[in-house]
Design a protein around this ligand. Structure first.
Ligand code: UFG
Length: 330
């Protein structure tokens, strides 16, 4: 297939792009490089440096695209609570422009990078796809709103669509020939921040709240390896059916408290990770754990790097490589 990958210079988008190329697909990456990195775009993909709002300039009727994998967007739940207007613009308005461009070009296959944040504080854990959606953050609300737009498009205009609701993505793609990992700037995620502390790049980790109704008072999250998550996108592209909007949760079925995560980082790195207690971060649900039974049954999805230790080890390998690369003289 010829595919447009929006946000293909970002963390998950670049790993998916690598796997798509390996599977023989042709990939054009659309990325404005505001949060993405040019060097993250895998060799073999063509980079078009432009915002998603300008998707129509690439997705022309003659360009021959078979589908779109849509990652581009803002991802920090905490930030979305203080800059909601930016999140609505980047995640919703831009995504609607993409849908318009796809319709005009006759491109009728879409895989959308959605989020567990659409569920908010769950009533049922592990969370199935049928659970009520009540996002606690603007970020989650923008992801849910675009799911509704996709749903309308499948019904009215026969789009074939799959939304993948990620839980907490971690790790890196580590192969002899390839290293692709997380390079957010500023970093807001727990595992890379804890690794930065272990690497001596930060003095301490701030732990946002220890009074949640969980076993040790810190939030519980379900971690999924980025390579396993990426594999689900290729399966979703194949499974997409005209007129149907499928939704799959992607996680592991088990959760770890933030304190447990920090303990695994200490074990893997062998470094102390000093922690300082800080107030709760607005928009954080207490516990998010996925049921991925539907993705396993319908997409044949299996996790090859399933443990939190696998993910932390790969993220640590990537971070150390990056540090060496940056310290090398030009
Ligand atoms: N946390 C800290 N200190 C930090 C960073 C994070 O205590 O310095 C805590 C957070 O408060 C939260 C947990 O670690 O309790 C995980 O936070 P992350 O920022 O790593 O991840 P989130 O759970 O907020 O969000 C991630 C993705 C979202 C996705 C969500 C689904 O960024 O896109 O997982 O679970 F929606």
């Amino acid at each position: 297939m010829k595919l447009l990958v929006t946000g293909g210079a970002g963390y998950v988008g670049s790993v998916v792009t690598r796997l798509l190329l390996d599977a023989g697909h042709q990939v054009v990456v659309l990325d404005n490089l505001v949060t993405g990195h040019e060097r993250a775009v895998p060799q073999g993909a063509t980079l078009v440096r432009a915002p998603v709002q300008e998707a129509a300039t690439v997705l022309t009727p003659d360009a021959g695209f078979d589908g779109v994998v849509h990652f581009a967007g803002l991802i920090a739940a905490g930030e979305s609570m203080v800059r909601p207007e930016v999140y609505w613009h980047e995640n919703m308005t831009a995504s609607l422009a993409l849908l318009d461009a796809m319709r005009a070009a006759g491109v009728r296959r879409l895989v959308f990078s959605s989020s567990a944040a659409v569920y908010g504080d769950p009533v049922e854990v592990p969370i199935p796809e049928t659970a009520a959606t009540a996002p606690t953050s603007t970020y989650g609300a923008t992801k849910l709103a675009f799911d509704y737009a996709i749903r309308s498009e499948t019904v009215a205009h026969k789009l074939a669509a799959v939304s993948l609701r990620y839980f907490n993505v971690a790790g890196a793609l580590i192969r002899p020939d390839v290293r692709i990992g997380e390079r957010h700037d500023p970093e807001t995620h727990l595992i890379p921040i804890a690794l930065q502390v272990a690497a001596g790049k930060r003095a301490r980790l701030q732990l946002f709240g220890d009074d949640y109704p969980t076993s040790d008072g810190t939030c519980v999250r379900d971690y999924i390896h980025v390579a396993d998550l990426a594999d689900a996108h290729l399966r979703a592209l194949d499974a997409a059916t005209p007129g149907d909007h499928r939704i799959y949760n992607l996680g592991s079925g088990s959760g770890f408290t933030n304190k447990q995560v920090v303990d695994v980082v200490r074990e893997v790195t062998g470094h102390p990770v000093p922690v300082e207690l800080a107030p709760r971060r607005p928009g954080d649900p207490a516990a998010l754990v996925a049921s991925s039974a539907k993705a396993e049954a319908e997409l044949g999805w299996v996790r090859n790097r399933p443990t939190l230790r696998d993910m932390v080890e790969d993220a640590w390998t990537f971070m150390r490589d990056e540090t060496v690369m940056r310290e090398e003289p030009a």
